[in-house]
Design a protein around this ligand. Structure first.
Ligand code: SF4
Length: 98
């Protein structure tokens, strides 16, 4: 296979992967896993009484588990398989990105 042909064969796969990533449904805050971990799509609305370890500035976007790219509005989180979390969201499993 020529490199041009290989490139043409790979492009649709990359496009499909990007599409699949972009189209992952957002986690429903009422999802049992989300409720158990106190996920909120808006970190500023985290339940500070229930989760005293929450500190202003924490969000999915700066969590070690967040798999979205910098600048993306949402991205995958391994705690919510097949779903995306908002970069400005938060849950009690937040871990500082090293
Ligand atoms: Fe967001 Fe991190 Fe919680 Fe995943 S573990 S939902 S990235 S705060």
């Amino acid at each position: 296979m020529t490199s041009r042909r290989r490139f043409i064969a790979i492009v649709p796969l990359l496009g499909a992967a990007a599409l699949a990533r972009a189209e992952a449904p957002l986690v429903d805050p009422k999802d049992p896993q989300a409720v158990a971990l106190g996920y909120t799509p808006d970190a500023a609305k985290a339940d500070k009484a229930k989760y005293p370890k929450y500190a202003a500035g924490q969000s999915c976007g700066n969590c070690a588990l967040y798999q979205g790219k910098a600048g993306d509005a949402s991205g995958p989180c391994p705690l919510y398989a097949g779903k995306a979390v908002l970069a400005k969201g938060w849950c009690s499993a937040w871990v500082k990105r090293p």
